[in-house]
Write a protein that binds this ligand. Structure first.
Ligand SMILES: Cc1cc2nc3c(=O)[nH]c(=O)nc-3n(C[C@H](O)[C@H](O)[C@H](O)COP(=O)(O)OP(=O)(O)OC[C@H]3O[C@@H](n4cnc5c(N)ncnc54)[C@H](O)[C@@H]3O)c2cc1C
Length: 409
């Protein structure tokens, strides 16, 4: 490891590896450090179609096409009454290659991205923990790292990109995180072998199944090797108050979801129960002098529409472009490094609004689409992540009157 770089990227998840790959590829000396050793476990297995563009720029499509990851062509919703929606087939909306995506084991997927960053010229270190970000006044100037040998060293750079996920080292230190008051959720999940799969292209679909009391919903994500990821999400209060251990909560929620029971009836649970608190949040500032936040380190939305990896890749790419431009012209100010964020946040707000529409008990997607069939395309746009164009918010003009007051506008 050298003493200084143009750019140091913290965290080898999708956001960090993307930012490191592109900055290195542009010819700037780039260090990427990851605390864990790959392949490490991570939740967030279902991709959405708009990941295609960043994955293409990273040069990852070939590897994904050759992988064992199941292909995902659609998402389907099952109501609390057990009624299954018509699948949202992404290629009916846009019949191009980019409409098919994948269901991934994150350990393998993230390792591929990390190795790709190394292949494109970034210096990549696993088992290297960021202990502290070093500041001179308000400017980030370097990091203190602990390597697998236990030694602590300081390394300096013109720009620090924070992709440390929910830990958000810089965001936490500066206290810039704002928790979304209405989306304080918790997830409890596990993995099943040989759970039911539909034939053909429907076999790779993500299912979102609501529980009978409408207080929770299950994700059902088919992975390779006949494993299915199954998890339930609900308000943190609902999931914890007066409830037993997570194992009991999971079993009680399964009992409230006959459509899920049918699918896992002949399956074997092959992992323990896992739990994550998943409060949606954003950061008051995306960047400062010499630093920028990407991915979950910047913002996190409820996983209902599987948007997390897409937002990590997109923010990693957009931030990298601002870092590259800034390094070229010798401007690594907050304004330069955070230039990408306002447009990005507008797209995030559209996904968050559709998340909140789903949770609002007075709104029903089926009825809305019966009244406004022409909005199917607009909703599919949000579901695939196509949220950064001018017309992406048009669907909400007609949806607003159907939503509770707090969500309108
Ligand atoms: C319950 C749940 C379900 C989800 N389901 C989906 C889904 O189906 N689809 C989807 O797209 N998204 C999903 N997400 C969201 C998704 O997991 C995240 O949005 C995504 O992983 C963010 O990528 P990232 O690169 O920003 O952060 P991460 O993937 O979290 O990567 C951050 C990396 O930083 C490393 N790190 C942390 N601290 C340090 C340190 N001090 N030093 C060095 N390295 C460090 C970590 O080890 C990690 O590898 C889900 C999230 C939750 C909670």
């Amino acid at each position: 490891m050298k003493e200084s770089y143009d750019c140091i990227v913290l965290g080898g998840g999708p956001s960090g590896s993307t930012a490191a790959t592109l900055t290195a590829e542009a010819g700037f000396s780039t260090l990427l450090v990851e605390r864990d050793k790959f392949p490490r476990f991570h939740i967030g297995e279902s991709l959405i179609p708009e990941t295609y563009w960043t994955l293409r720029r990273l040069g990852m499509l070939e590897r994904l096409r050759e992988s064992a990851f199941p292909k995902k062509y659609s998402v389907q919703f099952v109501s609390g009454e057990g009624k299954t929606s018509v699948p949202f087939y992404f290629n009916q909306h846009d019949p191009r290659e980019c409409s098919q995506t994948w269901q991934v084991w994150r350990g393998e997927f993230d390792q591929m991205l990390f190795e790709n960053a190394a292949a494109k010229g970034a210096e990549c270190h696993q088992e290297t923990r960021v202990m502290e970000v070093l500041f001179e006044q308000d400017r980030a100037v370097g990091v203190k790292l602990q390597g697998s040998d236990g030694k602590i060293r300081s390394v300096f750079a013109k720009v620090i990109v924070d992709g440390t996920g929910q830990q958000s080292i810089i965001g936490t230190r500066l206290g810039v995180r704002k928790i979304h008051p209405r989306l304080k959720k918790m997830a409890v999940w596990t993995y099943f072998k040989n759970a039911a799969r539909l034939p053909g292209i429907d076999g790779g679909a993500t299912l979102v199944l609501r529980t009978q009391n409408r207080n929770g919903w299950f994700w059902y994500i088919p992975l390779h090797s006949d494993i299915t990821s199954v998890g339930v999400v609900g308000d943190v209060e609902y999931m914890t108050q007066g409830r037993g251990k997570p194992e009991e909560v999971f079993a009680e929620e399964v009992a409230l979801c006959p459509a899920l029971q049918e699918r896992i009836a002949g399956a074997e649970q092959v992992d323990g129960i896992r739990v994550a608190r998943e409060f949606s949040y954003t950061s008051e500032r995306p960047a400062g002098d010499g630093w920028v936040l990407v991915g979950d380190a910047f913002t996190f939305i409820d996983p209902l529409y599987s948007s997390g990896v897409f937002l990590a890749l997109t923010s990693g790419e957009r931030a990298a472009d601002c870092v590259i431009e800034g390094l070229k012209k010798g401007d690594t100010s907050a304004a330069q490094l955070g230039k990408w964020a306002p447009d990005f946040e507008q797209g995030v707000a559209r996904i968050r609004k559709l998340v909140e529409a789903y949770y609002s008990n007075c709104f029903n997607f089926g009825e809305f689409l019966k009244a406004f069939p022409s909005h199917r395309g607009g909703i599919t746009d949000v579901l695939i992540g196509r949220v950064f164009h001018d017309k992406a918010g048009d669907v909400f003009r007609d949806m607003d009157p159907w939503l509770p007051e707090a969500l309108r506008g």
